[in-house]
Write a protein that binds this ligand. Sequence first.
Ligand SMILES: N[C@@H](CCC(=O)N[C@@H](CS)C(=O)NCC(=O)O)C(=O)O
Length: 201
Amino acid sequence: MMLIGVNRSPFTRRVAITLRAYGIPYEQLPISGFNDRAEVRASNPLGRIPALVLDDGDVLVDSSAIVDHLDETFGGDRALTPAAGSDRRAVLKVAAIMMGACDKGLQAAYERNHHPPEKQHQPWFDDCVAQMTNALAAVDVMIVPDTPYLLLGRLTQADVTAFVAERLARGVGIDTDKAMPRLRALTRKLADESPFRTTEP
Ligand SMILES: N[C@@H](CCC(=O)N[C@@H](CS)C(=O)NCC(=O)O)C(=O)O
């Protein structure tokens, strides 16, 4: 398997963490959506990372579709997203909020990094950051202090997505220690676990 994308992308790292959590061997082509657009388009016509090239040559795009395939193929009864029922709904809800938070964080980052200073619109930047902050704060209050994982007493896709979103939040200037201390404490602990530690960009 070949993971297309750089781990500084929260969406790519989410897939990398999932691959490692399942113990799946893979190679990685560390290219970025903006800097290597033509090369990325060879795998994803949209020009976005991540993509995952399967051993039979099939190519999956979008982190949610990729982790769904990995869950189905390798997850068994310990899939990072449970297969059915209220546990599945709970994990998918957190993952959706955290992936949406990443979208907002990236829009804020793009405003800063891809527009010339005179064309940057501060209210748009602030609104994106506020949406991301609210999303992370909503997950912060779900966390029971000193528990190792967000839901179900084990590692799930809720932890994986919250981890990558919290990291991106710091990157756009959100003080997560102050604004969402439980989430920050959780991500500090997760950072020591192998799937997270070994995918640090
Ligand atoms: N919904 C997609 C989002 C992927 C995404 O936004 N990737 C970013 C990098 S973090 C990208 O390639 N951006 C370049 C672009 O959109 O042009 C997913 O979950 O994979």
